[in-house]
Design a protein around this ligand. Structure first.
Ligand SMILES: NC(=O)c1ccc[n+]([C@@H]2O[C@H](COP(=O)([O-])OP(=O)(O)OC[C@H]3O[C@@H](n4cnc5c(N)ncnc54)[C@H](O)[C@@H]3O)[C@@H](O)[C@H]2O)c1
Length: 378
């Protein structure tokens, strides 16, 4: 089980829950291993496949079924994990209810893990919440701040938790960074930070030229979330600018490299976040925080630990391929934390305020990129 405050050791054995909903509410202490959390996975694409593996390999979960509007995709993943498949959440709940006649649906399924395209999130959150199910949702909840608020309002109305997946908060290196900077104050007051997000592999030419997504909305959210969390501070202004790495992209106004400079309010910390669509040498995610008493950084793990030293130099292995490899353990920890929410009623560490704040910074960075001006965040 994961400690939400990033301490290194936790051995929670019992807890008293105040939340209610699909996981059931009770004022009685709950035993963490008394039963498994029954979940539906919605979406069987890139993230769905990562989630299916993490659910299946966690003994605290029972994968009740896979929901996907693409029936073939749902069937294929369901076969792989020896579970059932359904065309939608309501159908799954109804069918489970009918199968085990007489037992109320909210005890048959505890929660859903929604791994579908962002544009579908709000309506699926509505469907899951109105069926009394706790919800894990891929980031971002939505790309419009008001729709994020609306999604949380729906969850509140139906007394279920809405748990957004910002995976760096569950990664051991980022959690150690939190410990050093926030808990232990090992670098004193943070003065500046430099973050680099180099994506790999480079998206297809057709994806880039079609202008699908923009680099700030697509790539900055995780880093904005974790730096706010580590600094325990809010961005008060942002300046962003970008460039196109070749003539064709420039002609189509496709920005594939961007830099954001964010000023934080309490301590005045200045954070530079540089994003690139194409780190040709592997998935490159680095962070360096500099403070009055030192510096702390996160470097990249490589594909292997094998280094060759010879007459031509010291040769290191390639960086890991992409996010499924780099954040594999974070994804496992993240879903284990969701099991805590379902089985123990543990409050999810990422809140509505966090999700809205991240979206506001993204929106203001986009505005700055277009206007060329610093944008103040109110
Ligand atoms: N945490 C991370 O690091 C991370 C990484 C990548 C993507 N994401 C997020 O994960 C989400 C999914 O991204 P992806 O790359 O896996 O998408 P994807 O396109 O690979 O897969 C989406 C799946 O959802 C299904 N689907 C679409 N609409 C549906 C509906 N209404 N009901 C049921 N199924 C539906 C599709 O058929 C498809 O199988 C996005 O919100 C994205 O931002 C998070």
């Amino acid at each position: 089980m994961m400690d939400n405050n990033a301490s290194t050791t936790t051995t929670t054995t019992t807890t008293t829950t105040t939340t209610s909903g699909g996981g059931g509410s009770s004022s009685q202490p709950k035993r963490p291993y008394s039963r498994r959390a029954r979940v539906l996975l919605v979406g069987s694409g890139r993230m769905g496949q990562i989630r299916a593996k993490a659910i299946y390999s966690n003994p605290r979960f029972e994968l009740i079924g896979i929901v996907d509007s693409n029936v073939d995709a749902a069937m294929k993943l369901a076969e792989m994990y020896r579970t059932r498949h359904f065309p939608d959440i309501t159908m799954a709940v109804l069918e489970m209810n009918t199968t085990l006649f007489g037992i109320s649906a909210d005890r048959l399924i505890d929660g859903v893990i929604i791994s579908t395209p962002t544009s579908t999130h709000t309506s699926l959150i509505h469907e899951a919440a109105s069926n009394g199910l706790h919800i894990f949702i891929e980031k971002p909840v939505d790309e419009i701040a008001n729709k994020i608020r609306f999604a949380y309002a729906i969850a509140k109305k139906h007394k279920v938790q809405l748990c957004c997946g910002f995976q760096r908060r569950f990664d051991p290196s980022y959690r150690a960074l939190y410990q050093q900077v926030h808990t232990l104050k090992a670098i004193g007051t943070p003065l500046s930070a430099t973050i680099f997000f180099g994506d790999h592999p480079v998206p297809s030419r057709s994806f880039l030229l079609a202008g699908c997504g923009n680099i700030i909305s697509d790539c900055s959210a995780h880093d904005i979330d974790f730096i706010r969390w580590i600094l325990q501070d809010e961005v008060v202004s942002v300046y962003a600018t970008g460039m196109s790495s070749d003539e064709e992209l420039k002609e189509k106004k496709v920005i594939d490299n961007a830099t954001m400079v964010m000023k934080f309010g309490k301590a005045g910390t200045v954070v530079t976040l540089t994003l690139s669509r194409g780190a040709t040498y592997g998935y490159d995610q680095r962070c360096e925080i500099f403070g009055t008493h030192g510096l702390v950084s996160i470097t990249n793990p490589s594909e292997t630990c094998t280094h060759l030293a010879n007459g031509t130099g010291v040769h290191s292995p390639k960086l890991q391929h992409s996010f499924p490899q780099r954040f594999e353990l974070a994804f496992v920890n993240e879903l284990d934390a969701f099991a805590d929410t379902l089985l123990l009623g543990t409050l999810w560490p990422i809140t509505e305020k966090d999700c809205v704040a991240v979206q506001n910074v993204c929106d203001c960075a986009l505005e700055s990129c277009e206007s060329g001006e610093v944008v103040r965040i109110v």
